[in-house]
Write a protein that binds this ligand. Structure first.
Ligand SMILES: NC(=O)c1ccc[n+]([C@@H]2O[C@H](COP(=O)([O-])OP(=O)(O)OC[C@H]3O[C@@H](n4cnc5c(N)ncnc54)[C@H](OP(=O)(O)O)[C@@H]3O)[C@@H](O)[C@H]2O)c1
Length: 330
């Protein structure tokens, strides 16, 4: 048992409710590990959980992504040992902390070439990019040269997706909220970029870029503000992947609209289904690590904060001030 520090909220609300408090952390139970953190990643899901968009029991320890050193493993855990460098993307929340106990299922041994800060900036967002670009594909898959549309492409998940799409030979059309963010998406491998704060009709721009055809898939985590334009950007039989709601939750959809717009497919996936088994989670992490080790994917750490300053990291993320990944240092 030790006394550790954690960022938590007692009720849903704004970043001002985030407190840096002491908690007792014990030994890992069966199937669990105890890890001492070096760095923690900040994700938009942390904002949804803090604000109540995704309701969770309170008080709530925040954070879904971190890296550090394994201190102890519980009964039945065979893929990790005390002393291993590791990182994770996992439920339950609680990664904004100095040390914790959590299920070992989606805790991964860190390859020697990947540092703690890179891992904390990478693992939750990179596994998300993995299941989106490698597993959430239109019928017939995607070939080199195909166009895809990716919103908020200068963000944490977005810049990893730009790099990964380029490595796969796809033409990624990025959207982002400023000319600087568009330039960053292009530097990271996007083939085209649209400033969707200026070009409100981004679907018309997408048609222009694709010679009128539209794209085979749209990856949209902006949600309410972009859903309709995303649908209008798709080619017949295209796939709409709605995987987040940074601008607000997508209102209910008329299913018949999918027929009228060209026999479209619609999915609303979450990383947690994909990492629900140890085998699936490890296979995804291995795929991600191989692209990082080859140099094709290099996470961008846009901002660094002390763990105690997590509330400022939330304010910056929610105000669209960040690019790439934000990392909290323990
Ligand atoms: N379903 C899943 O499995 C899953 C997993 C991970 C992440 N996600 C989702 O993926 C998205 C990206 O996550 P992230 O952690 O990498 O965050 P992020 O992209 O670094 O930050 C969110 C970005 O969304 C854009 N945005 C557009 N309208 C916004 C608004 N009204 N308020 C705030 N931001 C707005 C902003 O970029 P611009 O200024 O360029 O518009 C902002 O930088 C989030 O929506 C997250 O929930 C989903």
């Amino acid at each position: 048992m030790s006394i550790e520090k954690v960022i938590r909220v007692a009720q849903a609300g704004g970043p001002e409710l985030m407190r840096f408090e002491e908690v007792e952390v014990g030994k890992p139970g069966p199937g669990e590990v105890r890890i001492r953190h070096h760095a923690c990643g900040v994700n938009y899901i942390d904002v949804y959980q803090r604000s109540g968009v995704y309701p969770l029991p309170m008080p709530l320890n925040l954070g879904m992504e971190a890296s550090g050193v394994i201190e102890a493993v519980g009964e039945g855990v065979t893929h990790l040992a005390a002393g291993d460098r590791a990182c994770y993307a996992s439920q339950p929340p609680g990664a904004y902390s100095t040390a914790r106990v959590l299920p070992a299922r989606s805790v991964f041994k860190l390859p020697a070439a990947i540092g703690f800060d890179t891992a904390a900036a990478l693992i939750f967002k990179g596994l998300t990019a993995q299941y989106l670009l490698r597993k959430t594909l239109p019928a017939g898959g995607l070939q080199a040269g195909d166009h895809v549309l990716f919103h908020a492409a200068a963000g944490g998940v977005g810049l990893i997706a730009c790099q990964w799409a380029k490595a796969l030979g796809w033409q990624l059309i990025a959207t982002a909220g400023s000319d600087e963010k568009c330039a960053l998406a292009l530097e990271n491998g996007a083939a085209h970029a649209i400033n969707y704060r200026r070009e409100k009709n981004f679907a018309a721009k997408v048609r222009e870029i694709t010679g009128g055809k539209g794209v085979k898939v749209v990856y949209d985590a902006v949600g309410a503000d972009t859903f309709e334009g995303s649908i209008d950007s798709l080619a017949p039989f295209g796939l709409m992947v709605s995987y987040g709601n940074a601008s607000g939750v997508v209102p209910p959809v008329q299913v018949g609209m999918l027929a009228a717009k060209g026999s479209l497919y619609l999915t609303r996936p979450t990383l947690f289904t994909h990492i629900a088994t140890r085998e699936s989670a490890q296979a995804m992490a291995d795929d991600l690590f191989s692209f990082v080790e080859s140099g094709a994917i290099q996470p961008n750490i846009g901002r660094r904060y002390a763990l105690a300053d997590a509330a400022q990291a939330h304010r910056d993320l929610e105000s669209r001030a960040t690019t790439g990944s934000s990392v909290l240092f323990v």
